[in-house]
Design a protein around this ligand. Structure first.
Ligand code: ADP
Length: 212
């Protein structure tokens, strides 16, 4: 977290003299209490300082990085996910290429009836097949996709941080967001309800940087 010079000075004063009142901090910086108000608000809202009536400001005991980590661990996949772009398991590679262009995404999820996850298609999966000289009008996506159970997925309740870790560890661009769906035979399938891509994570990163 980037603090301005005045906020740095306030932190230093509170570290050395806290608990300390806002008036006293203002005096030490030769500023008015009103001038300091926005800086004090930022420091308390970010969790770096705590304030108690009649006591004043004191250090919360959290480091700056701890505050960022806490924030990241509080954002759930559900709040940043996008709509999933899917193709049916019976479609052909040609259909998938067209869908990828029309929908402007880099990852497609292959589903069967009920929106149940069957596989994933990436740009390179399709490019490789096209370059391979196959008849893509007649080649089923099932032949070229990465299939279950090898598809790495996430859930709406998972933290974005954990999902981002999966993306990095498995070197993929996106994860399907799924929820468990009971099947007629008593087993469970995974219904695709969203998409979490590197773009979602980058957007969150930018928003956090803007201080939302
Ligand atoms: P690109 O092909 O554009 O590099 P990815 O890095 O996402 O995109 O894909 C690399 C490989 O990993 C592809 O073969 C793709 O099918 C597979 N893949 C993509 N996403 C997943 C996922 N969530 N789980 C498992 N495999 C995946």
């Amino acid at each position: 977290m980037k603090l301005n010079k005045r906020q740095e000075s306030i932190l230093e004063i509170v570290n050395n003299y806290g608990p300390i009142t806002g008036e006293r901090i203002a005096e030490m910086l030769s500023l008015t209490r009103a001038t300091l108000r926005p800086d004090l608000a930022i420091l308390t809202m970010s969790g770096l300082l705590d304030a108690r009536p009649r006591v004043g400001y004191f250090h919360s005991g959290k480091s700056r990085y701890r505050v960022v980590a806490e924030k990241l661990n509080s954002v759930l996949v559900d709040s940043v996910k996008s709509v999933p772009i899917v193709v049916n398991e019976k479609s052909f590679v040609y259909d998938a290429v067209v869908t990828m262009f029309i929908e402007d995404v880099g990852t497609l999820f292959v589903v069967k009836e009920g929106g149940l996850l069957e596989g994933v298609l990436s740009r390179k999966d399709l490019l490789k097949t096209t370059l391979g000289g196959h008849d893509i009008h007649n080649l089923p996506v099932k032949v070229v996709m990465t299939r279950m159970p090898n598809v790495v997925h996430t859930t709406p309740e998972e933290t974005v941080w954990l999902a981002a870790k999966k993306i990095i560890e498995h070197e993929v661009d996106a994860l399907p967001v799924v929820r468990k769906a009971p099947l007629a035979d008593g087993s469970e399938g995974l219904e695709v309800i969203g998409r979490l891509s590197k773009t979602n994570i980058t957007r969150l990163f930018v928003e956090l940087g803007e201080g939302y």
